[in-house]
Design a binder for this molecule. Sequence first.
Ligand code: PLP
Length: 362
Amino acid sequence: MAAASPGPERRGAGARGRLRPRPAIEALTPYVPGRPAGSRDGSLASNESPLPTSAAVQRALRAAGHDLNRYPDPLAGELRARLGEELGVDPEQVLVGNGSDELIYLLVIAYAAGGGRVLCADPPYRVHEIAALALGAEVVRVPLRDWAHDLEQMAGVEAELAFIGNPHNPTGTALPREQLEHFLRTCRARLVAVDEAYLDFCDDALAVSSIPLVASGRLVCLRTFSKIAGLAGARVGYMVGSVEIVAALRRFRPAFSVSSLAQAAALAALADDRRRQRLRRYTIRSRRRLAALFREHGYASLPSQANFILVLAPDEQRLVERLAAAGISARPGSTLGVPGAVRLSVPSPAGFELLERALAGS
Ligand SMILES: *Cc1c(COP(=O)(O)O)cnc(C)c1O
């Protein structure tokens, strides 16, 4: 066999022939996912549901498991029909994705990739920013004001696409609907994507979806089964928008990105409104308890409308290590663009016990 000879110097190959990605990719600071803890109850770094997979979802998964020789329904027709009923929209206005993270990439590809502008808050939800940078868009960040989106400043920025977290991650702050409506009327962004991953955890007054605003054709809502439906591992999210925007993304989306198992799990979770209500009530109660616990130990936190709190901790690294020593993983604020803070998800009752012990033993 002949020895391989070095190939011709190509674009992207360095001096020693090392293959390099595009400069936009090389320049990216990688997304650092939350680390799981040694135990389920101690895993508080990724805003997951503390409830285990429901029996109904497990049954649906077993049934769907019989047909894995078949491709999934590419358009998730049944799931979109149910979502349409639940949300009061035409199923043609709904696009299901491999988590809302996939839909974020699709939106950037369709509306901003290759030189367009993407507007987001500073700190942003990292996936909004990474998708934009990876796809060659220019990112404009507008600093939060009092920990919430500065919609007035954001409205003045010309952009192809604006991402608004409502509630925002990593702060847990939510925006009243009037403010979002005003932003939509006045902003210079062509398309606004409101990320409602945590909306179902809001107190009643703020749990108001922007879905009615999609009729404007300039706004889409991103939602997910990862948080309120407790299916982070299944990877199902959806977008609600105008028929035109949904059709644009359908032209190029990976046809089979949402597996048949994921679709079955989502359908079963969607049918179980009682469980979602239970998780909502538990979360609202528990985030207050979580904030009170940290306050007792000298830490302030931001008032949260989500299933996590952001604890203000000048000793970020020390606090993260102390919690880790007690079997709890929390998210260092530095990995989220908020140094001097630690983000923790609402724990299970056993998780609270771990946390109480960890904080008391300091
Ligand atoms: C968790 C989260 C999501 C959900 O992402 P999936 O891909 O659906 O799991 C979306 N947006 C924000 C802001 C989040 O924090």
